[in-house]
Design a protein around this ligand. Structure first.
Ligand code: PMP
Length: 350
């Protein structure tokens, strides 16, 4: 018997959303990717980095991703010492747990939200406490003082799509003895964000991704903004070359093209609001969404039936077997044309 750590031997491991091998033949609305390609500047920057024969790839990338930290800092009004870049925001979520929660220590998060937090805690041997939601989307039974080392707040929430008001997030920051990680993977599709709280409260860290709003899920890019002492700790833990040369070039180019970014997010939000209104007229329950997806529940509250009907038509959405969520589906917002086809399919399925 090999000497696996007992928690690793016992854990099941995270299963990401299905990625069909023949992806181009599907309308793929299951993992909240962006339907538009990244900025044309991204391709140019990648080609420039390859410089014909790819000779630069012989050499290691800049370990600190300094230009990216500067770009993010400039965009959001932070000194680069408040920014760390990550190989997808998953990496920085992982490193936050490694920095703050040891074996047997507790982290908390809301259910439903992003179940990967639990997997990361399991790897670390940390324990997990989940909190439910009230009907008006507040955290049920959140203590006056939460003593866990970290609390992960997914806002806008996935899979449900609602967002917590800033005043409520701030109140939670004061009630957390440990670090409040505001996971803003979808904040670019919402009206507000919690970045100002990072400056006001030493225990607030905001995480972001370029997978959704910047169309770069395939590149693996994310970042966190927090106090310099938090960033310094995360810097000790991360893989020293966590972002490759191509990813670094793509990141800077995409963030500098704010006009393209703004246009894509605007189109997605517009399509989201149109699609939500249309399926409501079919009798669907739809939670008002601040993300690039909607959580929708058919009139018979049988999410799996509709999921299967869509699947048969090569439209892939996300159905969760969790009893809290089984009545609906999370549907990523694609192009207007994709959503028109999805709407037509929903009408056919009935
Ligand atoms: N947080 C949330 C809430 C997400 O839905 C996702 C994407 N599944 C992530 C973080 C991770 O995003 P990435 O690693 O692609 O940056």
């Amino acid at each position: 018997m090999l000497p696996f750590r007992s928690n690793i031997a016992a854990m099941a491991g995270y299963v990401p959303g299905y990625q069909p091998p023949d992806v181009a033949s599907w309308i793929k609305l299951n993992t909240n990717e962006n339907p538009y390609p990244p900025s044309p500047e991204v391709v140019k920057a990648i080609l420039a980095e390859l410089d014909g024969d790819g000779a630069l790839l012989r050499t290691y990338p800049i370990a600190s991703s300094q230009t990216l930290r500067e770009t993010v800092g400039e965009l959001y009004g932070f000194d680069p010492s408040w920014v760390i870049m990550a190989n997808g925001s998953d990496e920085v979520l992982n490193n936050l747990i490694r920095a703050f929660a040891g074996e047997g220590e507790e982290i908390g998060y809301i259910h439903p939200s992003y179940s990967y937090y639990a997997t990361l805690a399991e790897i670390q041997g940390a324990s997990v406490r989940t909190f439910g939601l009230t009907d008006d989307f507040r955290i049920a039974d959140f203590p006056d003082r939460y003593e866990g080392k970290l609390f992960f707040l997914t806002t806008p929430n996935s899979p449900l799509g609602f967002a917590f008001p800033l005043s409520y997030i701030e109140e939670l920051a004061t009630r957390c003895a440990g670090v409040l990680v505001v996971d803003e993977a979808y904040a670019d599709f919402a009206d507000g964000n919690a970045l100002e709280l990072v400056k006001k409260h030493e225990n607030v860290v905001v995480t972001r991704t370029l997978s959704k709003s910047y169309s770069l899920a395939g590149m693996r890019l994310g970042f966190a903004i927090g106090r310099p002492e938090v960033i310094a700790a995360l810097d000790k833990i991360r893989d020293h070359y966590n972002l490759d040369r191509i990813a670094q070039a793509a990141c800077v180019a995409s963030m500098r093209d704010q006009a393209y970014f703004g246009e894509c997010t605007r189109k997605i939000c517009e399509t989201r609001d149109w699609f939500s209104a249309e399926i409501r007229t079919l009798g669907y329950g739809v939670i008002p969404s601040y993300g690039n997806f909607v959580f929708a529940s058919p009139p018979d509250r049988n999410g799996k039936r509709v999921y299967d009907g869509l699947y048969a038509r090569k439209i892939l959405v996300r159905h969760f077997s969790d009893p809290l969520l089984a009545h609906g589906m999370r549907i990523t917002i694609g192009t207007r044309e994709e959503m028109e086809k999805t709407l037509a399919a929903l009408k056919e399925i009935g």
